[in-house]
Ligand binder design. Sequence first.
Ligand code: HEM
Length: 173
Amino acid sequence: MDIVFIFEWLDASWLAELSKSSAGVFAMVQTVHIASMVMLGGMVMLGDLRMMNVLLPNVPSATIINGTRKWIWLALLFIILSGLYEASAIAMKLAHNSFFFAKMAGLGMGMAFILTIRSAVYSRAPAVVEGEGVNNNIQLDEVVQPWVVKLVAVTSLLIWFSVASAGRWIGFS
Ligand code: HEM
């Protein structure tokens, strides 16, 4: 399916007019984009590295997963809004940029992963069940193996690392 018309529409929008008119504002929005990415990466890494028992092993994993959830979604909101602003300035370049499409696919995959596999597996992780408070009503036969938890953590890190790398690569291509 040819979706170039979406980029043409974005390129002709008032947002594009705005984003192309001020390099200073563009730089500030780009800073928001990167700062949001740092927050997203930090929050995701906190959870995933805790689940791998690398970071903060004395803090209950449910405390970390529940405490970071809101910040992950807030960071994603800011990253998407600032990303749209940036994209409007270079819409026609992005229309034919495979790294941009790779990044969008990774972003969709990352969000779906958080909503489904990551949260389902982490809420059934053995450490969570051992009296950490959040999911004490979970049935013991629902508990997942530690290697599955670690596999999910590594997959999560890989997905977001790929998204960030593809984002940086847009600039090189
Ligand atoms: C709807 C979502 C997003 C859109 C539309 C978007 C769009 C953009 C655009 C247009 C650029 C400028 C490319 C350039 O010319 O250098 C950019 C840069 C970048 N983005 Fe995104 N982005 C989105 C989400 C994300 C996410 C989720 C991440 C990371 C997890 C991310 C990481 C980056 C990075 C690392 C850069 C490079 C910044 C630089 O080199 O200064 N973006 N993005």
